[in-house]
Design a protein around this ligand. Sequence first.
Ligand code: C2E
Ligand code: CA
Ligand code: CA
Ligand code: CA
Length: 282
Amino acid sequence: LALKKSKGHYLVPYGEYDNIIYENLMNEQLIINNISTSLIHKEFMFYLQPKYDLHRKKIIGAEALIRWYHPQHGHIAPDKFIPSLETNGFILELDKYIWEEVCKTLKKWLSENKPLYPISINVSRIDLYDDTLVEFLQKLLEKYQLPTHLLELEITESAYINDTTQIIEITQKLQNCGFVIIMDDFGSGFSSLNMLKDISVDILKMDLKFLQNKNHPHRSKIIIRSIIQMAEALKLPVIIEGVETQEQADFLRSIGCIWIQGYYYSKPLSIPDYEKLLDTNI
Ligand code: C2E
Ligand code: CA
Ligand code: CA
Ligand code: CA
């Protein structure tokens, strides 16, 4: 399996992650040395974390989250290896592999007449610079004969900060093809509010972790409530992730937040476990 290397713009600095990378057992070189055999040996897989509708008390879909099971090092969390793969551009190869695995799974469910809910995939900001991205995703849906709405795309807010015009252009293209665009990690960056006027996005996804403020818990609530109100005025649906407690869920319900995801409802699940959940849901 050939791994395409460097285009100039793959080399985006990722300073905030440097410490994490070097503190942990997987250093960059080790990852690079391992990645191509890892792909061949299918050490990469994805888990599915359900998304729920609080009002209808129903699953509305799931997010595919990559998992690396390394023969020597065991499970390695995405935060440990994705930043390195983004720096050297290998992330594109890996993401494409995961997206295809997701499509295979959807296709399998389709042929088994299972209830079908969309799966969102994580698109790295590096992937957005690949000229073949749109075509690749379209061909994937064709290959597995899947309707576009089943594959949703999560793009982290920070992707929009550099090179905004290019990113806006590509997300618009993806939207024109019918893909639902979810702005991930909404609120974690600096220019979210200002960017919203220019960007074609279908859903905002906000992580409660960004807002947890032990000293001023009421402030977090005020901020969340204002974001929900603003999104409502902009007619943008919101999904809140990182919901860990009943109290959080009750609060979110009380302010009109309908879609949620988080450990309180479900951790990311293996495909068989997610399938069991789907079966009990109907
Ligand atoms: P993300 O897209 O923001 O995903 C949410 C992360 O929060 C996931 O971590 C998820 O397991 C975790 N999470 C979910 N619910 C809760 C909760 O209630 N509490 C807490 N504390 N955490 C929760 P994970 O799976 O370790 O993934 C980390 C990051 O790695 C993701 O953040 C995403 O940026 C990246 N990632 C994961 N899979 C892929 C992939 O296939 N491709 C790319 N490019 N990036 C991926
Ligand atoms: Ca995500
Ligand atoms: Ca997120
Ligand atoms: Ca994240």
